[in-house]
Design a protein around this ligand. Structure first.
Ligand SMILES: [Zn+2]
Length: 305
């Protein structure tokens, strides 16, 4: 039988010079899930086993990104906390326990959205003993992802961005190592680079991007648009994708399955250094389109336009 627990009642919403925080006092560590909503942008936290009788709303001055917080008992054993943000774009959040207090640390929108003020993370898929898929000529995915990532890194650095890469050599890294490295690096956004593979090498080809959380979708859509402008077949934009690097909530992230390594035509393109440069250019352009879109939507939200 399920026994609901009560809230301890100590709630806090505040900001320091970097982040906003929402702290929820609980009598014990309870399980939770998070989800994102857009239009308006919200972080939603479901806490299982928590109960409370009263609705509670706050607006605090030291919180700069959090517009409103409220909670609601959505069933006997689920308390839903909704955090509404000021900007239309969700820039990420981290949920953790501090003792029995559940804290949501919310990243503010960067003040300057120029590449020269941002840290971009690039994750070249696979590496070392993790070969990835293999193309008809025998080339492994791990080699091509690194070559494309390296070209993207150079383009972004030339534009003034700080770039962090999960790997720069042919090394083995598991998903946990990648995730911990990224948490430490604290990027403003992440792009993971892979090549797709199909059992049908002849009929299946093209480019696709993936996202897990709806609030991070715009980045994957912007990159796909630019990839399609290279004349590649459209494999699509896919949501709720269970790729572990799409899992982090701390920063917007997208997975780019650049081409199908299993398709001879796609493989030829992926092997061509000149075409790799075009792919890198398209991903960079997609990142810029995303950032410009954020500037535009923020201006509209603030009544500037
Ligand atoms: Zn892969």
């Amino acid at each position: 039988a399920f026994i609901p627990k009560s809230l301890s009642g100590s709630w806090k919403v505040w900001g320091d010079d970097q982040y906003d925080y929402v702290s929820i006092g609980l009598n014990e560590k309870l399980p939770y899930t998070t989800l994102q909503e857009i239009n308006p942008s919200r972080i939603v936290l479901n806490i299982y086993g928590a109960t409370s009788n009263t609705n509670w709303i706050t607006q605090l001055k030291s919180a700069k990104e959090v517009k409103n917080v409220w909670y609601r008992q959505i069933s006997d054993d689920v308390l839903r906390v909704t955090i509404e943000l000021k900007h239309p774009q969700i820039w990420g959040y981290l949920v953790y326990y501090n003792g029995n207090g559940l804290t949501v640390r919310i990243k503010r929108q960067p003040k300057n959205l120029s590449l020269s003020h941002l840290t971009i993370a690039i994750d070249p898929g696979h590496g070392g003993t993790n070969l990835g898929a293999q193309g008809p000529t025998g080339v492994y995915e791990k080699k091509l992802t690194l070559q494309i990532a390296d070209k993207l890194q150079k383009l972004l650095k030339r534009a003034g961005a700080t770039v962090v890469m999960t790997r720069t050599t042919d090394e083995s890294l598991d998903m946990i190592q990648r995730t911990l490295f990224l948490r430490e690096a604290d990027p403003d956004l992440l792009v993971s680079i892979h090549l797709n593979s199909s059992d049908d090498p002849i009929h299946v080809s093209g480019t696709s991007t993936y996202y897990r959380y709806i609030g991070f979708r715009p980045l994957s859509v912007a990159i796909l648009k630019r990839m399609l402008a290279l004349g590649l077949d459209e494999y699509g934009n896919v949501g709720r994708f269970n790729f572990s690097l799409n899992g982090p909530t701390e920063y917007p992230n997208a997975l780019v399955e650049t081409l199908f390594i299993s398709n001879p035509g796609d493989e030829m393109k992926a092997l061509d250094p000149a075409f790799q440069e075009k792919i890198a250019g398209a991903i960079k352009a997609g990142i810029l389109d995303f950032l410009n879109g954020v500037k535009g939507s923020s201006a509209i939200a603030n009544g500037v336009k």
